[in-house]
Design a protein around this ligand. Structure first.
Ligand code: PGA
Length: 249
């Protein structure tokens, strides 16, 4: 039985004042959660967020990391620094990185491996565009994204981390994949892992991301191969994020 993981991806949102309000609302008494909860703020707010989350049971993560070890890489943030700030997880290969920063399957894979070497657990994001879905290429596209990671990381190591299936056409659009559409891709990803290592495939958490809201989370998380979610827009409101976490049992 895989314990569900629900992660907040704040993207490039927040301020010290806004975060403080979010964190107070998050820390307010609520029913105990039956899933792992992860919060990924922008780099400048990792320390603030980490300090407040300490003792709350929620874990701290980052949204990106450098592909390199510490050194002469102006403007970059090394995995070791994220560990130093208390991060346990890091998102790699998010479609916004792939689309706007030309991150390839290979670079996403290098970052996943770098995260692991620095002591972090990567959430490896995969997902297709609408044109690729309409062209019937979804499984091939996400399969190639996953294969690139499995070329540099064992399935057993990936099983300790997580995969996030995030169809690009569902991110921030309000258009969620149906539970059946998502389940189909999750099952295909798990089958790809099973071909390499069946036991690892059964342990690997595969999250769904793309317009998850309190209103659709229960049905998505009820699918047999959906092991939680990566939440963007709805994670900016603490009460909505908590409602989504409560849907993960
Ligand atoms: P969304 O974003 O929930 O706003 O669609 C998800 C993500 O990009 O991780």
């Amino acid at each position: 039985m895989r314990r569900k993981l629900v992660a907040a991806n704040w993207k490039m949102n927040g301020s010290r004042v806004a975060n403080s309000a979010w964190l107070s609302a998050f820390a307010a008494p609520h029913a105990p959660l039956a899933c792992d909860v992860l919060v990924c703020p922008p780099f400048p707010y990792l320390e603030q967020t980490g300090m407040v989350l300490r003792g709350s049971g929620a874990i701290l993560g980052a949204q990106n990391l450098a592909a390199h070890e510490p050194g002469a890489w102006t403007g970059e943030v090394a995995g070791e620094m994220l560990v130093d700030l208390g991060c346990r997880w890091v998102i790699v290969g998010h479609s916004e990185r792939r689309q706007h920063y030309a991150e390839s399957n290979e670079l996403a894979a290098i970052k996943a491996r770098r995260a692991q070497d620095a002591g972090l657990l990567p959430i490896v994001c995969v997902g297709e565009t609408l044109a690729q879905r309409d062209g019937g290429e979804t499984v091939a596209v996400v399969g190639a994204q996953l294969a690139a990671v499995l070329a540099v990381m064992s399935a057993a190591d990936l099983a300790r981390a997580a995969i996030a299936y995030e169809p690009i056409w569902a991110i921030g659009t309000g258009r969620t994949a149906t539970p059946q559409q998502a389940q189909e891709v999750h099952a295909a990803l798990r089958a790809q892992l099973a071909k390499i290592d069946r036991s690892a495939s059964e342990r690997t958490r595969i999250l769904y991301g793309g317009s998850v809201k309190p209103g659709n989370a229960v049905e998505l998380f009820a699918q047999p191969d959906i092991d939680g979610g990566l939440i963007g827009g709805a994670s900016l409101v603490a009460a909505d994020f908590l409602a989504i976490c409560a849907a993960a049992k």
